[in-house]
Design a protein around this ligand. Structure first.
Ligand code: ZN
Length: 374
């Protein structure tokens, strides 16, 4: 059988063709991408048209219909600059994509989402990766809602006025603590406003608090499976069942440190492997296979309708602004959104049925957003 040349040698052409067809004919979603933060930083250096130049061709290659852009604030900008930077990111992203509004738009409602799908336009949904920009002023939640923000996680790994995160980011050591009273009130208000709750980056204790309180289904937009790789950013089987049982969706994360694979450089340094191209190719294969294992585990535990893609591709933002010092090098298992098709092909080749692959590629997250958005 003919195999595709290039980095992932094992994928057969027939599965790539099927995956391309699935991506072009069905909803495709990336539930987590640090786009606004990158656009904001690049605008500061004088660049414009960031999304058009750097991302739109790959988005379109992947048949992407919805991308959720996080609003992400660095540790070093908190507390003073949190609000300013969050507002700046929202404005920068809107300005950046305005000239290509026929191809991609910030989207605030179910009706707009459906309109974009019918017109073949990409929807950008905004989500706060941590409520830190609010400080301890919950009235600002409504302000962000009015600006178009439709989802939020209470925290990005760290501890803030609302909750404790899953771990000290960069080291992945668990820190104790759950939701504060303000965090609980935030969830009630989000549910009233029609915003989704994202529990990626939340502590295990916080997760239990959310389960006690939440009336609406919630998501983990970019988390993998603890059973495949033990990392406090990943979900235990019980957590996976809980999210799925309530009608939520789990987004498969393609970051090397969550999937449990090292970058080629790191592998070479640690294991002294020869830097030959074949070795690099083998490592890329191993990384993609590991990502498949996470996807397959999530599907097994959650059922197929509750798994999606939330790749958290980090390279672009890291180029402009390194977030923190990670113990392991940042490594995206998928080099860019165009490679989404490759992952879907690999899953199909490993035996995933077509209906499951369609749901994971985007149908499941679309159904969820349509349920939560007004
Ligand atoms: Zn994240």
């Amino acid at each position: 059988m003919k195999k595709v040349r290039g980095i992932n040698m094992f994928i057969q052409e027939q599965y790539l063709e099927l995956a391309r067809k699935i991506h072009q004919e069905n909803p495709v979603v990336d539930a987590h991408f640090d786009l606004a933060a990158e656009v904001y930083e690049r605008h500061l250096t004088g660049e414009s048209g960031v999304v058009e130049q750097r991302y739109l061709p790959r988005f379109e290659e992947a048949g992407l219909n919805i991308v959720v852009s996080s609003i992400f604030i660095n540790n070093r900008d908190l507390p003073e600059l949190g609000l300013r930077k969050a507002l700046g990111q929202i404005t920068a992203l809107k300005e950046d994509i305005e000239p290509v509004g026929d191809r991609i738009r910030v989207t605030k409602s179910r009706a707009e989402l459906d309109e974009n799908l019918a017109a073949g336009r990409i929807s950008v949904l905004l989500s706060l990766e941590g409520l830190d920009p609010l400080g301890n002023d919950l009235s600002l939640l409504r302000t962000f809602y009015d600006l178009g923000v439709r989802g939020a996680g209470l925290t990005w790994s760290r501890r803030n006025a609302f909750a404790t995160g899953c771990c000290t980011a960069g080291q992945f050591k668990e820190i104790p603590g759950g939701l504060t009273e303000l965090g609980k009130e935030a969830i009630r208000r989000m549910e009233r406003l029609g915003m989704w709750l994202d529990v990626s980056h939340l502590s295990n204790e916080g997760f239990r608090d959310v389960c006690d309180l939440a009336e609406q289904p919630f998501i983990a937009s970019h988390s993998d499976a603890w059973a495949v790789h033990e990392n406090y950013r990943n979900l235990t089987d019980d957590q996976i069942r809980e999210i799925a049982g309530r009608g939520g969706v789990i987004g498969l994360n393609a970051c090397g440190y969550l999937t449990g694979v090292m970058s080629e450089r790191e592998k070479t340094e640690r294991e002294g492997a020869a830097g030959a191209p074949e070795a690099a190719g083998q490592n890329a294969d191993a990384a993609l296979l590991r990502l498949c294992e996470h996807a397959e585990h999530l599907v097994r535990i959650a059922d197929p309708e509750h798994v999606g893609y939330g790749f958290d591709l980090c390279k672009g933002l890291e180029e402009t602004t390194p977030r923190i010092h990670f113990e392991t090098e940042i490594y995206d298992v998928l080099a860019h959104h165009g490679e989404m098709v490759k992952l879907t092909a690999a899953l199909l080749q490993r035996g995933m049925d077509e209906a499951t692959a369609k749901g994971i590629a985007g149908g499941n997250f679309l159904r969820y957003y349509r349920r939560i958005l007004k």
